[in-house]
Design a protein around this ligand. Structure first.
Ligand code: ATP
Length: 723
């Protein structure tokens, strides 16, 4: 308890310090006075013999038309500007502070013409949303978005970060807790009804017809008489209010949220209500995926850096790659954008580097169907086979203040879930180890028998607020990679070197923290034998990884062919399971009466931001699981399918749901289908799963982390009869 209170206090202190830091930093950017030379955070490359005491013993070896945006300029609104126009971004913590500190350079160098006191009206942004909504060409969407971002850079550079977040419909980095909106339809209907002069019945009836609360709010506002013309909303204000709504907690929080929404709704004109309500629902549904925003942002920043000159397509590609790489290492738009503005995009890799306390996007593996496929792929290269443990990914960070954080696969802070783990207990040389980042799998552990327990046992552990004395299911961490040591990023070191560093940095303790079992062999027999042994040892199979050379570098966020997963169960099948989002359900009959008997599942199209149906599933569920699913899903039921569900009209489910839950499923094979829609853009027809079987819930993934349409197409194409 005392530890928690202390942690809370220190976090509050850090937030305050960083808020101060950001505001003073912003001032200095705006004043454009600082000419401090570029400073690098991590100036001591390991193994380069710089002699710094923090060098690790473990590594001893080794111009477009901006006029389209109307800008409100007011000499008297500086106060409000700081409050709303430059919202304090949520990333107020120590790691972000350190990361941003590393970017301190010459703010005057780039984009020197940013005006000091401009605001981008929310109406301007809604016009862009509307244009994007009416466009189907991806290139055109990226252009619209890029032109808008560029004009923001010219007119109100300080707004570029909140505006980028509004475009992707997020309020801060994914790893920052408490920034989710996704307000329920009930609350929004009530609020629209109360502030737009319509009865709740009228709103509900219209919703059944339209299925879009945004359009309903827009219609209601359009016919509502107003006495005074409201003061126009600015993007900064909207962003700050959305943050305040998301953060509002505890007693009366519902009331505060409703009041804030009402205040904004009353100021909405034209298209604004539509997009405001959709943002509050957490889905803009204009076909703008985060991937496209990242491309548009790269183009805008590059054009700005080149003072409006159109950069060559080669340069645009390089810039895009640099920004993507930086974002994978530091998934925080504020840090990436500010660093790019201060140092230039081409310098991002020097200044935007792994930072303990900021979870990087983990490297992912490609599925593989047979040992011979693995040998073909890695022909002539040294590779290693590690046990593939069946638990949950755990990225363990040791911070300079000695504290520790554990992040899940999607960057969620899970430290609270594992109160019994203290990474400091396993460090070989505590005096000389200040920071590190490990990639591990957390696995349930049987202390009596000293063996690994199945994943299902781990999933019975509570996710939040776990007290040490209540821990019943023990966990052992299996470390398989080290990504950063004493602030030195290691991801561009060969795996063999990283592994040597891992071995030197840690002192394993059986049943608490162990190094992943591994073998390095080129022999098919040995590989087969090792795979069998892994399965006997309660693992899912093997992870096969290249050991040396550039291909063995750690590639954050990438599903790489340099890591192959070989799961015993899936050999010769499709190669892997799929994680699909539950979009709807069919009522159960017979023994299943009273619960749902089948479910409609979909994959996620990362380009369009839509869910595409790919099968109906009714196999693999225990009665208990069906009850759990009924309890979890029925509160998320919606009267009509979301506009961003791509489905056919034939055999609609009895109930549609908000996208909240993923099922891991296995399939015999995949085939083209007239009914389902996965990957329609590739084949004209959709792809569907044949004989899908439920394996488990994927609570560690967000709906948008469902298997992508692109992956479904890859699975389909990798089947021997197709290829
Ligand atoms: P993916 O992570 O590839 O999207 P997934 O989440 O369904 O898919 P799996 O297909 O089971 O997971 O395989 C990848 C996961 O295996 C990793 O994310 C990691 O959590 C786990 N894992 C277990 N052992 C290892 C290991 N030795 N090396 C890398 N990952 C491992």
């Amino acid at each position: 308890m005392l530890r928690l209170v202390r942690a809370e206090m220190s976090s509050i202190k850090k937030q305050a310090t960083l808020a101060k830091f950001f505001s003073s930093k912003k001032r200095s950017v705006e004043e454009e006075k600082s000419h401090e030379p570029a400073k690098k955070l991590h100036s001591d490359p390991i193994g380069a013999g710089s002699g710094s005491p923090s060098s690790s013993p473990p590594l001893a070896t080794g111009s477009s038309d901006a006029g389209s945006v109307k800008v409100e300029t007011s000499a008297t609104s500086t106060g409000e500007n700081t409050k709303a126009g430059t919202p304090t971004l949520p990333d107020s913590d120590e790691p972000a502070k350190r990361a941003v500190a590393a970017t301190k350079g010459d703010p005057a160098k780039l984009g020197a013409s940013a005006p000091k006191d401009s605001k981008i009206l929310y109406a301007e942004m809604c016009n862009v949303f509307n244009e994007i909504e009416g466009t189907s060409s991806r290139l055109q969407i990226v252009k619209l978005c890029g032109d808008f971002l560029y004009s923001v850079l010219l007119k109100a550079r300080k707004d570029i970060v909140p505006i980028t977040y509004l475009l992707i419909n997020k309020l801060g980095p994914d790893y920052q807790p408490g920034l989710e909106l996704g307000l329920g339809e009930g609350l929004l209907m009530k609020t629209i009804s109360e502030s737009c002069g319509k009865s709740l019945q009228q709103i509900k009836a219209r919703y059944r017809e339209l299925g879009d609360l945004g359009r309903i709010a827009q219609e209601a506002r359009a016919v509502q008489p107003t006495m005074f013309k409201p003061k126009p909303l600015t993007t900064g204000e909207v962003f700050s209010n959305l943050q305040a709504i998301a953060r509002s907690q505890g007693k009366d929080s519902q009331l505060r949220k409703v009041q804030l929404i009402k205040r904004m709704l009353t100021a909405c004109q034209g298209l604004e209500a539509k997009f405001l309500i959709r943002s509050l629902e957490s889905k803009l549904r204009i076909g703008l995926a985060e991937k496209s925003v990242l491309v548009a942002l790269s183009k805008a920043l590059l054009t700005y850096e080149h003072n409006g000159k159109e950069p060559s397509s080669e340069l645009v590609d390089t810039a895009e790659q640099k920004i993507r790489d930086a974002f994978c290492q530091v998934p925080n738009y504020q840090i990436v954008i500010e660093t790019a503005l201060e140092h230039g995009i081409m310098e991002l890799d020097k200044h935007c580097v792994l930072t303990p306390g900021i979870p990087l996007k983990p490297m992912l593996a490609k599925p593989s169907k047979s040992i011979s496929e693995v040998l073909d792929r890695f022909q002539g290269q040294r590779f290693t086979c590690e046990y593939k443990y069946d638990g949950e990914r755990a990225q363990v960070h040791l911070l300079p203040d000695g504290s520790m954080r554990i992040y899940s696969r999607n960057g969620e802070n899970m430290t609270e879930r594992y109160p019994e783990i203290r990474i400091s207990d396993f460090i070989a040389d505590p005096a000389r180890t200040h920071t590190l980042i490990l990639d591990c799998e957390a696995v349930a552990w049987d202390k009596e028998k000293n063996t690994i327990l199945p994943f299902q046992v781990l999933s019975t552990r509570k996710r939040k607020g776990v007290a040490v004395e209540d821990v019943k299911v023990r966990v052992c961490l299996f470390a398989f990679d080290i990504l950063c040591y004493n602030d030195e990023p290691l991801i561009t070191r060969p795996l063999a070197e990283r592994r040597a560093c891992l071995e030197r940095a840690l002192v394993p303790v059986p049943g608490e923290l162990q190094l992943a079992s591994e073998v390095t062999t080129m022999s098919l027999d040995e590989l087969q034998h090792y795979l069998d042994q892994a399965v006997r040892d309660c693992c899912e199979g093997l992870m096969v990884k290249i050991l040396e050379g550039e291909e063995s570098h750690y590639e954050p966020s990438k599903r790489s062919r340099n890591w192959l997963k070989l799961k015993k169960d899936y050999l010769q099948g499709v190669g892997d399971s799929l994680d699909l989002c539950v979009l709807g359900a069919y009522y159960g009959r017979g023994k299943r009466t009273g619960t749902y008997g089948g479910f409609l599942l979909g994959c996620y199209n990362q380009d369009s931001g839509e869910y595409e149906t790919c099968c109906k599933i009714g196999t693999g569920f225990s009665e208990e699981m069906l009850q759990t699913l009924f309890d979890r899903l029925s509160p998320t039921a919606i009267p009509t399918p979301k506009a961003f569900y791509v489905h056919s009209e034939s055999a609609p489910p009895d109930v549609w749901f908000e996208p909240t839950l993923l099922f891991e499923v296995l399939t015999a094979d995949l085939s083209l289908s007239p009914v389902y829609k996965a990957g329609t853009s590739s084949y004209g027809k959709g792809i569907s799963l044949r004989f899908p079987r439920f394996i488990r819930l994927r609570d560690d993934k967000t709906p948008e982390e469902a298997t992508s349409s692109e992956q479904v197409v890859e699975f389909y194409e990798s089947q021997s009869h197709v290829s």
